[in-house]
Structure formats: structure tokens, C-alpha cells
Design a protein around this ligand. Structure first.
Ligand code: NAD
Length: 455
């Protein structure tokens, strides 16, 4: 089976070599998971909740170890990586709180009793990307486990180490053997074997729209359940009546965080023409002061890109002929560095239309609210977006008019484990996180019990 070399993106050193999982091994894993799931689903809800809380506590006891692993395999700044590990813990705690509250309904009927049950699906596959390896795996496995399922996680080829460690912590916390397994390997081999396996009841996929589309088509053959979290090309709309200082100070983080490798990156900055020049004056020092360098240094805000191949892809979006409006600095030497880059552009430019997934934003002027909404919606994606204004009515009007799953006003916050997250249009299908997260891993069953007496 193919081996995957895990490379530290900041140093280009090999961190580990991880063997892939063959389709035969996937088959054996599905069988083990199915056996564990039957036992797990039969436990009293309180026992399942307690086991998940023990798992959360085990993660809490290893936050620093997990964070440092994320720094080494993904190049994330250590401050961000600590947040990611904490997010896994919080999500497990939150999901544990849902186990006993997965309530059915009693619906009034004549001649009997009608009740609904939420039953687990069985074995769920979670296929995760490399950009947030740890949280995104947990967004799938925490609610799926809480709802009584077994989970097989297929991490991205470049970043399997944190997911493998989390599965180890689940065992140490006493979760049954086989209930949560991590199967590293190539997408078209290991991932595909999970998608095609008849014993897998649902696929949760986070990644590119191109692969998501293929997976959805394959799942259609068995009418397999699917949740898709795909790409984004998210607008950051700055109106003339906004607090411009605040909007400009917050803008760099919104497209440079995680080196722009973020499905929620606000990489299309739409600025009302009357304040365009002033906004650009404020944006420049904010971008140039974004601290780029060693991810292990707690002061670092931006690390390297994930790989050399990805850096080439990012570079292809930045025209070599036209100078960038703003260009930050990046370390020289080893590591897959790329500087913060702001382009002034047109709505039809490739960098303004496609997901760059790097520290590159395009700034585009607009005249009025109507044009702002039209530009915001002029993309195949609809994941997230921000708007900056002091006018509450406008904030509400524009939030309702922009076709995206997660919008923020005078903020760039998109992800909270207790609020729903997911995309419109080609950004995905279904929602993760939030109060309905567990329901996405259940089937609803309706049972009618007659109370008629025989005559
Ligand atoms: P990708 O689509 O290349 O890969 C994602 C995962 O799918 C990996 O584990 C990969 O091995 C696997 N895979 C690839 N081909 C497969 C196949 N044929 N069958 C089964 N599995 C397969 O995406 P990526 O480059 O790892 O991640 C970046 C993308 O993820 C971006 O487009 C980004 O926007 C998106 N993303 C979306 C969200 C969200 O919540 N909407 C969050 C993070 C990332």
C-alpha cells in the first residue's frame, strides 16, 4: 500500500511516514465498526454521554500535544492550533450534552398513539481536508458518535497525525474498540472505498467542490446520505457608513488567517467607491503588520502554505505583469511561504471568481447597496460573508439578500460549535454544528400504535 510522507511545511522536514489503508482494510474496518456500533447504540444514553465526556476530558488533557502536532504537520501558528484542539474538546462536550436530548415527538392521532424515534444510521464515513484537520474531523465524528453511530475518518493525505492521535485518545478514554477509527490514505483509494462501501450509511465530506460533486454522484447509486462542506469565495462588504478603522483593522485576519487556506476566507473585499481610497490607506499598514513566520512562535499570525504544489497553485492567481496593491513579506529559505497579497481587480478576474485558498484578496469598488449585493452573489459559492455598516436596517436587508449560509455583521466570525454552519449553492449540502448536528446522523422513524379494542 502507498505510504504518505508527512512534511512540516515550515521546515520541509519529514515528520512521519504513514501507510495508506487498502480497500480490503477499509472493508475490515467497516465490519469492526458495525459490530462496535451495535453495542454502542444499545447503551443507555447517559452511559454514551459519559463516555463522550471522558473523551472530551482526554482531549483537554492533551491540548498542547495535539496543538504541537498540528503545528508540525500543517504549519498552523501555535495559537490557532491551540484553538483547534480546544474546539475538538468543546464539540465533544457539546455533543455529549445532546445524547439525552435527542427527543422524538408524540403527534396527536385518532385511535392510538403516534411517536417518532431518531435512530442512528450505523457506520458513518467522515472525509476531511488538510486545512483544519482536527476540528473538521471532529465536526463529523462528535455528533455522529453522540447520535449512536460508529465513525471512520479518512484524513487528508498530508495531515493524518492529529486525527490518528484523537482516535488513540478515544480508546484511552474507554470508547469501544472499532467505534472511532482513522484510516489514512489517498482520496481516490481509501476515500473512494469508503464512499462505495455498502456498509457505510452516510458520507460527510469536506473538501473541494469538484471532489464533492463526484462523491455525491457515487452516493446516489445507493441513495447514501451525504453532507457536503465545499469551497467558498466569500465577500467582505464595506459600506461608506461603516466604522472604517475597525473594518480595515479586521480585514487582514479575515483572509490571512490559516494563510488563507480557509473555506470562510473573506477574499473578495467589496468597498463602496466613496470610501475606497481611505479604506486602502487604512488596509495597507494592517496587512503589512500581520506577523508572518515560524508557526511555533506564539507571536506568529500567519505560517506557510501546506505544500510546494499548493504554493504553485496560489502563485498562478497573482499576475506577474501587474503589481499587487499591497504585498507583505514572507521568510526566505526553507518552507512553503507566500506573502500576504492584495490585488485591485475586476469582478470577472480569475482571482475574484475562483477559490485561491491562499493569502490573496481582491478589492473591488461598488456604487450602492444594490450593486454590492449583486457582486456578493456573483459567484457559484455561498458559504459565508461579512458586511460592515452602522445602519441596522441595511445590515438586515443585505444579510437576507446575500445567498450564503453564514454571514456576520461588523465581524468576521463564522464558526461557533453551537450555531449551524454550511453553504448555499455549490458550497455544500446540509449543515454541521449547532443544535441540529446530532439529527443529521439519524433516521426519523414514525410508529403508530393502535389503541382500538377488538370487538
Ligand atoms: P480535496 O477535495 O482535494 O480533498 C478533501 C478530502 O477528500 C481529502 O481527504 C482527500 O483525500 C479526499 N478525496 C479526494 N478525492 C477523493 C475521492 N475521489 N473519493 C473520496 N475522497 C477523496 O480538498 P482539499 O484540497 O483537501 O481541501 C480544500 C478544500 O476544502 C477547499 O475547497 C475548501 O474550501 C474546502 N473546505 C470546505 C470547508 C467547509 O466547511 N465548507 C471547510 C474546509 C475546507
Amino acid at each position: 500500500m502507498h505510504q504518505h510522507e508527512i512534511v512540516n511545511p515550515a521546515t520541509e522536514e519529514t515528520v512521519a511516514v504513514v501507510p495508506g489503508t487498502s480497500p480490503e482494510e477499509v472493508d475490515a474496518a467497516v465490519r469492526r465498526a458495525a459490530a462496535a456500533q451495535r453495542h454502542w447504540a444499545a447503551l443507555a444514553p447517559g452511559d454514551r454521554a459519559r463516555a463522550l465526556r471522558r473523551f472530551a476530558a482526554a482531549v483537554d488533557g492533551h491540548l498542547e500535544e495535539l496543538a504541537l502536532l498540528e503545528v508540525r504537520e500543517a504549519g498552523h501558528p501555535v495559537g490557532n492550533a491551540r484553538w483547534e484542539a480546544g474546539n475538538v474538546r468543546d464539540l465533544l462536550d457539546y455533543a455529549a450534552g445532546g445524547v439525552e436530548r435527542l427527543l422524538g415527538a408524540q403527534i396527536p392521532v385518532a385511535g392510538g398513539l403516534d411517536v417518532t424515534f431518531h435512530e442512528p444510521l450505523g457506520v458513518v464515513a467522515v472525509i476531511a481536508p488538510w486545512n483544519f484537520p482536527m476540528p473538521i474531523a471532529a465536526w463529523g465524528f462528535a455528533p455522529a458518535l453522540a447520535a449512536g453511530n460508529a465513525v471512520l475518518v479518512k484524513p487528508a493525505e498530508t495531515t493524518p497525525l492529529t486525527a490518528l492521535r484523537l482516535a488513540g485518545l478515544a480508546l484511552e478514554a474507554g470508547l469501544p474498540e472499532g467505534l472511532l477509527q482513522v484510516l489514512p490514505g489517498a482520496g481516490p483509494v481509501t476515500g473512494n472505498a469508503l464512499v462505495e462501501h455498502p456498509g457505510v450509511a452516510k458520507v460527510v465530506f469536506t473538501g473541494s467542490t469538484a471532489v464533492g460533486r463526484q462523491i455525491m454522484a457515487k452516493c446516489a447509486a445507493d441513495v447514501k446520505r451525504v453532507t457536503l462542506e465545499l469551497g467558498g469565495k466569500n465577500p467582505n462588504i464595506v459600506f461608506a457608513d461603516a466604522d472604517l478603522e475597525r473594518a480595515a483593522a479586521a480585514a487582514p485576519g479575515s483572509f490571512l488567517d490559516n494563510t488563507g487556506q480557509d473555506c470562510c476566507a473573506r477574499s473578495r473585499i467589496l468597498v463602496q467607491r466613496s470610501v475606497y481610497d481611505r479604506f486602502m490607506e487604512l488596509l495597507e499598514p494592517a496587512v503589512l503588520s500581520f506577523v508572518t513566520g515560524d508557526p511555533a512562535d506564539p507571536g506568529t499570525q500567519m505560517g506557510p502554505l501546506v505544500s510546494a504544489a499548493h504554493r504553485e497553485r496560489v502563485r498562478s492567481y497573482v499576475p506577474e505583469t501587474a503589481p499587487a496593491a499591497i504585498r507583505g513579506n514572507a521568510p526566505a529559505g526553507k518552507g512553503y511561504w507566500y506573502p500576504a497579497t492584495v490585488l485591485e481587480g475586476r469582478p470577472e478576474d480569475r482571482a475574484a471568481v475562483e477559490e485561491v485558498f491562499g493569502p490573496v484578496a481582491v478589492v473591488i469598488p461598488f456604487e450602492d447597496e444594490e450593486e454590492a449585493v449583486r457582486l456578493a452573489n456573483a459567484t457559484e459559492y455561498g458559504l459565508s460573508g461579512s458586511l460592515w455598516t452602522r445602519d441596522v436596517a441595511r445590515a438586515l436587508r443585505v444579510s437576507r439578500a446575500v445567498a450564503a449560509g453564514n454571514l456576520s455583521v461588523n465581524s468576521h466570525s463564522s464558526v461557533r460549535y453551537w450555531t449551524p454552519f454550511g453553504g448555499f449553492k455549490r458550497s455544500g449540502l446540509g449543515r454541521e454544528l449547532g443544535p441540529d448536528a446530532l439529527s443529521a446522523f439519524t433516521e426519523t422513524k414514525n410508529v403508530f400504535i393502535s389503541t382500538e379494542e377488538s370487538k
